[in-house]
Ligand binder design. Structure first.
Ligand code: G1P
Length: 302
């Protein structure tokens, strides 16, 4: 029986450069999608999937994330005293996520690259499998994406990558898996990942999105990579996965659900727009606005 997955890492130390100037002072993880910051969607997904140890790896300028999840009993009491029970409940519930997910924060230390936050978190986690979720991707799914990944890990006892079908023209934005075998339920055996290939060189029509079950063997590969690091270059999870996959099994799980990337302006606006349109209170008004708005009347910074 595979070791149960209790831990998750959310790397949140990035600069959010693709969303500047919006992210000059506000961490990109704190931008709203619907009425929640984007990282709260990820934390909710993890808590709903039974994860009880969430590490958010941060850098300077990210304290708003901590502030958001920190319980604030004084504010809750004030809102209750003012008769604003719905707001009090909403604030209380966010603080409870922190307790239920046992969120801790870690400063990122080490070479650039997305392998470093994983390694930082692994220092405190011993040799356990864990989930790694980039906070850029949000899902609307009947079964949370994290749970779909855990189910694939339980079935295979191997590292698992979250995959989504992609348009061929998108291959240069993602890691693209080399597929060896397809099983029922969207489970794929893969032999590696090609990072951001040209469309004609893409080995499959799937994109690796920001979700992984990482096993101790992958952590060992990251440690080796970091041990060899000479001061130049970055430490990538993809390199560790490829090194592992050279001799051992790695799987991909095609996620069932609607995927929203929020890491670039168009994708972010799409996620925000879709959330707004789906809102039962505000959606109908926004649909009319989208139909009737004269762009000349829209608020755009000049
Ligand atoms: C990273 C991974 C890539 C993956 C992508 C998903 O790339 O290296 O395999 O497809 O995240 O967002 P990045 O976007 O950080 O360059």
């Amino acid at each position: 029986m595979p070791q149960p997955i209790r831990r998750a890492v959310i790397p949140a130390a990035g600069l959010g450069s693709r969303l500047l100037p919006l992210t000059k002072a506000i961490p990109k993880e704190m931008l709203p999608v619907g009425d929640r910051p984007v990282i709260e969607h990820t934390v909710r997904e993890l808590v709903a999937s039974g994860i009880t140890d969430i590490t958010i790896v941060v850098s300077g300028g990210k304290s708003l994330i901590q502030e958001h999840f920190r319980p604030n009993p004084a504010l809750v009491a004030q809102l209750r005293a003012d008769g604003k029970a719905a707001y009090a409940d909403a604030v209380q519930e966010v603080g409870e996520l922190s307790r239920r997910g046992h969120i801790t924060y870690l400063d990122q230390h080490g070479p650039y690259g997305n392998g470093t936050p994983v390694l930082n978190a692994a220092r405190n986690s011993g040799d356990e499998p864990m989930l790694v979720l980039w906070p850029d991707d949000v899902f609307v799914a009947h079964v949370p994406r994290a749970q779909q990944l855990i189910a694939a890990y339980n079935a295979t006892n191997s590292p698992v990558l979250a995959l989504m079908p992609m348009q061929p023209g998108d291959s240069q934005r993602y890691g693209v898996p080399v597929v060896k075998e397809e099983f029922d339920g969207g489970l794929l055996r893969i032999t590696g990942l090609v990072e951001k290939p040209r469309p004609e060189e893409a080995p499959s029509h799937f994109a690796a999105i920001g979700g992984y079950v990482i096993t101790p063997g992958i952590i060992d590969e990251l440690r080796e990579q970091t041990g060899r690091w000479t001061g130049a270059g970055e430490i990538y999870l993809t390199d560790a996965i490829n090194a592992f996959a050279a001799t051992r099994a790695v799987y991909g799980q095609v996620i069932r659900g609607q995927w929203y990337d929020t890491g670039n302006p168009l994708a972010y606006l799409t996620a925000q727009f879709a959330a707004a349109l789906a809102d039962p209170d505000y959606g109908p008004h926004l649909r009319r606005l989208a139909r009737d708005l004269d762009p000349a009347d829209a608020l755009v910074a000049g």
